[in-house]
Write a protein that binds this ligand. Structure first.
Ligand code: SIN
Length: 275
């Protein structure tokens, strides 16, 4: 197995691995802790193989809002048909930030990729935190932020392309709100990292909207620096797993007119502690 870093900020490709081989799991897990995003290239796997790999990480979280694979309801379908315009996950986000115990990670298996485009971009929340000044780090120290599913998956989203096409549903179940530290101590690596994101974070606890917006918008602009990013270019059969407590991600919707189909499994996480 060969592990090749994608950038200096985060991410690695894993070549020559077989995720069906349980003896390789320890090496894959180490790469995941070191790089936060791992792309295991060229896997020949069934949905059962994907679930067997996923269960080695922990309990599977069945996403409330995504449509599911009929034969394997623990697998969420991330699909954009050739005639659909909106992709799922186009805004920078952290999966399940609205849960009290946000998901530890998500695993995406590329079944059908477009001839170009459709990459997934990632940002490192620990690299972004490390690059802040000591003065700003001390301002963030002790702050908590609210996160919610309501404005993303609730009734107000019923008119989106993904909702109308049935790829996203259960708007009545979008009732989650959670308070997390703005700077967390990562449960696996122990590194300090930011835990706020543009899609699900709704405000910093105890601040006015103007104060909260000023801090969050500053952090969002900072986090999007290319130095903290990597981009996964997909081929059919690739499997990418990312750490939700250490990254943001975003589906790049630049392949209009082509189909893109992925299977996704999400792994349960734990409540987050302040750094
Ligand atoms: C997601 O946000 O889970 C989807 C990412 C992607 O399709 O690239």
């Amino acid at each position: 197995m060969e592990i090749v870093p994608l950038t200096g900020g985060l991410g690695a490709e894993i070549l020559g691995a077989d995720l069906k081989d349980v003896d390789q799991f320890a090496s894959i897990k180490k790469a995941f802790i070191d790089f936060s995003v791992i792309t295991i290239r060229s896997q020949e796997i069934t949905p059962d193989d994907l679930l067997q790999f996923a269960r080695q990480w922990g309990e599977i979280n069945v996403n409330r809002f995504f449509s599911k694979l009929d034969s394997h309801p623990e697998i969420a379908v991330v699909l954009k048909e050739a005639d659909q315009t909106g992709a799922i996950g186009e805004e920078w986000h952290t999966d399940h930030a609205y849960d009290h115990a946000p998901a530890m990670g998500s695993i995406l298996h590329a079944i059908e990729t477009p001839p170009y485009g459709g990459d997934t971009a990632f940002c490192s929340m620990s690299a972004a935190y490390d690059a802040l000044s000591d003065g700003f780090k001390s301002i963030l120290d002790g702050m908590y932020a609210w996160h919610s599913s309501r404005h993303v998956f609730g009734q107000s989203q019923a008119e989106t392309d993904a909702s109308k096409s049935g790829r996203i549903g259960n708007a009545d179940q979008a009732v989650q709100d959670a308070l997390h530290p703005v700077v967390i101590k990562h449960p696996l690596s122990g590194r300090s990292g930011l835990f706020v994101n543009p899609q699900f974070t709704i405000g910093i606890d105890g601040l006015s909207k103007a104060e909260s917006d000023a801090i969050l918008n500053m952090l969002y602009a900072h986090c999007q620096k290319p130095e903290f990013q990597c981009r996964v270019r997909w081929k059919n059969g690739d499997v990418t797993m990312w750490d939700n407590r250490a990254t943001w991600h975003k589906a790049i919707n630049d392949y209009q007119g082509f189909r893109r189909y992925m299977n996704r499994v999400t792994i349960e996480g734990c409540p987050l502690n302040a750094a």
